[in-house]
Ligand binder design. Structure first.
Ligand code: NAI
Ligand code: NA
Length: 396
């Protein structure tokens, strides 16, 4: 069928299989162009289908010839209905990996559940024996704790008081003032339960208990800090508490891996347009101004550039992994550069509906957003019939 973007609020209800495939191929080409990385060879990526997780899977496979198992939660296609973008991304990734004679299998289901963990452990046991790198890149609004059966919902709210600032509707370009009510009693606890480190630790414990972690195994989860202007709703808000918990969990996981010489890291990444970040108020306006400045300064990166740099310049240099005073890897270093933040802060003050298309990179924001769903990608014929039912053996 002919597939067009269908928007509802901040999400796109359709995805384009060929656009998604082209997107994956472009990322693969980028990684190949940067040369080999002496990295891990047997890699588990949890949250492997979009955003930073997909970029991690691609960098492992095409930078280090790694065997990869990807876990994600995506919607397969149905007759007349497209799959979710991550499903098409993963189908394309597997196709390309197999063409390159690389092992790649995927598990599509709820990573928070005991069942999907068991299925993954069984697959590692049967096919890889052990893994030496585990990337934890989930972004989810909900989590059912498998031990208690309780469904937790994460919220994006300030703590202690309401927060007002500017935001943009990136579809229309309208800049407006929004006010977000402060979190209520259980909001922090619930957000930490979803986006904190508990599930990450459960994965590592389960892998270790079955002797599926290779000596010296490394695990990495992703975090964000960002500028003062988003602090009340991000780093000092409910999601920030979850990130604090995630970062603290890295230390307890490292402790638990002492006997095998393993290590857990958190990498603080740059703000980028993903399905997760476009739903956070205030952030899209910040990103559109940030993109403008970083592109002008020649230091703009997307997810694949970020993760390729994480692997090549931080994780797999053969030297000690450089971290900040809190033990975190920083690949948000260019975003947080003083000169860049000063310029962003000055433009933030000025931003209005009238001037944003000039002082911000709304076009770039929109393009990245459409690209997430396989649209607006160079070389794809969107007027042609596309096969929404495309099939890949190991993906159901
Ligand atoms: P994303 O939305 O692109 O990717 C989320 C992944 O998690 C997808 O593969 C999805 O299928 C998977 N997933 C969600 N729920 C699942 C479930 N129940 N079971 C199995 N898989 C599930 O998100 P993005 O932006 O790549 O985020 C990944 C991590 O990076 C998050 O921790 C996020 O906070 C962090 N991060 C994001 C930044 C951004 O600007 N987007 C900046 C810095 C860090
Ligand atoms: Na991801």
């Amino acid at each position: 069928m002919i597939i067009e973007p269908r928007m509802r609020g901040f999400i796109c209800l359709t995805a384009h299989p060929e656009g998604a495939a082209q997107n994956v191929k472009n990322q693969i080409e980028y990684v190949k162009s940067k040369g080999k990385i002496e990295g891990a060879k047997k890699v588990l990526v949890i949250g492997a289908s979009t955003g930073f997780g997909l970029a991690s899977r691609i960098t492992s496979a095409f930078g280090s010839d790694a065997s990869t198992i990807g876990v994600f939660f995506e919607k397969p296609p149905a007759e007349g209905k497209t799959a979710s973008p991550g499903w098409y991304n993963s189908a394309a990734f597997e196709t390309e990996a197999h063409k390159a004679a690389l092992y790649a299998k995927s598990i599509n289901g709820d990573a928070f559940s005991n069942e999907v963990k068991k299925e993954t452990l069984d697959l590692i046991k049967a096919d890889l024996g052990q893994v030496d790198l585990i990337i934890y890149s989930l972004a989810s609004p909900v989590r059912t704790n498998p031990n208690t059966g309780v469904l937790h919902r994460s919220v994006l709210k300030p703590i202690g008081g309401a927060y007002s600032n500017k935001t943009v509707d990136f579809h229309t370009g309208k800049v407006s003032e929004i006010s977000i009510e402060p979190s209520k009693e259980d909001d922090i606890e619930n957000t930490v339960a979803v986006m904190g480190g508990e599930d990450w630790a459960m994965w590592i414990d389960a892998l270790k208990a079955e002797n599926l972690l290779a000596p010296g195994a490394t695990t990495v989860a992703y975090s964000y800090i960002g500028p003062a202007v988003t602090e009340p709703v991000y780093r000092k808000g409910t999601i920030g508490r979850a990130k604090d918990h995630l970062e603290a969990t890295a230390f307890s996981i490292t402790d638990s891996l002492k006997d095998i010489g393993g290590k857990a890291y958190v990498s603080v990444n740059k703000a980028l347009v993903t399905q997760a970040s476009s739903a956070i108020p205030v952030i899209p306006l910040y990103i559109s101004i940030l993109y403008k400045i970083m592109k002008e300064e020649g230091v703009h990166e997307g997810t694949i550039e970020q993760i390729q740099r994480l692997y090549q310049d931080r994780l797999f240099t053969g030297k000690e992994v450089p971290t900040d005073e809190k033990g975190r890897i920083r690949i948000d270093d260019w975003e947080m550069r003083e000169d860049i933040q000063e310029k962003v802060a000055a433009l933030w003050e000025k931003a209005t509906t009238e001037n944003l298309s000039e002082i911000g990179d709304l076009e770039g924001y929109r393009k990245d957003f459409y690209n997430l769903f396989g649209f607006d990608i160079q070389g794809v014929d969107y007027k042609a019939e596309a096969d929404e039912m495309i099939q890949v053996d190991s993906l159901k």
